[in-house]
Design a binder for this molecule. Structure first.
Ligand SMILES: Cc1cc2nc3c(=O)[nH]c(=O)nc-3n(C[C@H](O)[C@H](O)[C@H](O)COP(=O)(O)OP(=O)(O)OC[C@H]3O[C@@H](n4cnc5c(N)ncnc54)[C@H](O)[C@@H]3O)c2cc1C
Length: 336
């Protein structure tokens, strides 16, 4: 286990905000996870499990506690009657997993190409994009249970997945440290109907072979055009969650001209559309720019403090509320 002291959270997160964390422990073997939590307990300090920091925001005062990062690497596969079980250690970069699967012709996660982050964080908010979410293929995860101080396997049903949600970021937030995740993928290709923008890209480019590799190429191109590369531009991706409404409200909003997407996860109104309609696209609030290409994304252009983010968030959500009556909810989590 690597022990680091006084590391700026801004250097560990893609939004690049946040003061020093007292300890940052990097675990390279499952046993070290128990040691890391034991270390925090010994010093009576709170803990925070961190991955790549693509969905996490730091506070100005930092974190007087222990950040634990999964550095365990490796992908293994076994063939079953139902498909290929792909087990990834939680420190594996998520997109390497997608690339690995696509190269083997396995379908199930190709639309989740280029989502920044580590595999261990992927089930936490049930990552999703372009019509797929990890809940579609996840079978189980191996975890360290910090309450019972034991290693366990949690099956998909126990994780209670829904839109950007699982028990890992709700009812059991902070309880489990994800060591590895196991997915069930199949040979074949994604089935139509596709997500609108993906469908359009495939049509425009005359692509009729929907192999995992081709869908990965298409999704990567759409994302590169629209979303900031976290290596170059500071952001946490979508800063706000989409709005979900009941069937009754969906009819009501649709008749008013709102774009409502009726998917398997409910009736979605794209919050990016609400932000755009409120006239906020491209505007700068306290150093944060509402992306011109994807209005859900808040880019940290020049802000250096969490306080600025609080002000920007409040102004943006206030303006959307004034126009539409929806309070937008923040997607990234905060280290506190
Ligand atoms: C440019 C950009 C585009 C994005 N696009 C998408 C998208 O299309 N779809 C999407 O769903 N998300 C998207 N995101 C958000 C982000 O990529 C995902 O949430 C991703 O899963 C975060 O992974 P991470 O390793 O960076 O997690 P972190 O930000 O490090 O952590 C996120 C959460 O997971 C917890 N966590 C991390 N590791 C562990 C662990 N080992 N055990 C237990 N808990 C853990 C943390 O405590 C925290 O609550 C985007 C982000 C950016 C910056």
């Amino acid at each position: 286990m690597r022990v680091n002291e006084n590391i700026l959270i801004s250097s560990l997160t893609t939004m690049r905000l946040g003061g020093p964390a007292r300890y940052v422990l990097e675990v390279e073997k499952p046993e070290e996870v128990a040691d890391a939590y034991g270390f925090a307990e010994q010093y009576n300090l709170p803990t925070f499990a961190l991955g790549y920091g693509a969905n996490t925001i730091g506070h100005d005062e930092g974190f007087n506690g222990v950040i634990i990062i999964n550095r365990m690497q490796g992908i293994s596969e076994s063939i079953t009657e139902d498909g290929v079980l792909l087990k990834e250690m939680g420190g594996e970069y998520w997109d390497n997993v997608v690339e690995y699967a696509c190269n083997k012709g396995l379908t199930g996660i190709e639309a989740l190409s280029k989502i920044p982050g580590l595999a261990g964080a992927a089930p936490v908010q049930n990552i999703g994009a372009y019509g797929q979410e990890i809940a579609d293929t996840l079978v189980e995860i191996d975890v360290y249970d910090t309450t019972e101080k034991s290693f366990k396997t949690l099956k998909k049903a126990e994780l209670e997945f829904s839109y950007r949600k699982s028990i890992l970021n709700s009812t059991a937030k902070g309880r489990y440290f994800v060591i590895s995740i196991t997915l069930l993928l199949k040979s074949g290709e994604m089935q139509q109907p596709f997500y609108k923008s993906l469908e359009k890209f495939l049509d425009d480019n005359g692509i009729t072979d929907f192999s995992p590799k081709n869908i990965r190429t298409a999704v990567s191109a759409i994302r590169a055009d629209k979303l900031p590369d976290p290596m170059e531009i500071a952001s946490a991706g979508s800063f706000f969650k989409n709005v979900y409404v009941s069937d009754e409200d969906a009819d009501k909003y649709e008749s008013k001209g709102y774009p409502v997407y009726r998917g398997k996860d409910g009736n979605k109104i794209n919050s990016g559309w609400l932000i755009e309609q409120a006239g906020l696209k491209g505007q700068i609030f306290h150093g944060f720019k509402v992306s011109e290409k994807a209005a859900l994304v808040l880019i940290n252009e020049s802000a250096t403090s969490y306080e600025d983010l609080v002000k920007a968030r409040s102004e943006i959500t206030g303006k959307v509320y004034d126009k539409f009556g929806f309070w937008l909810e923040q997607e990234p989590v905060e280290i506190q």
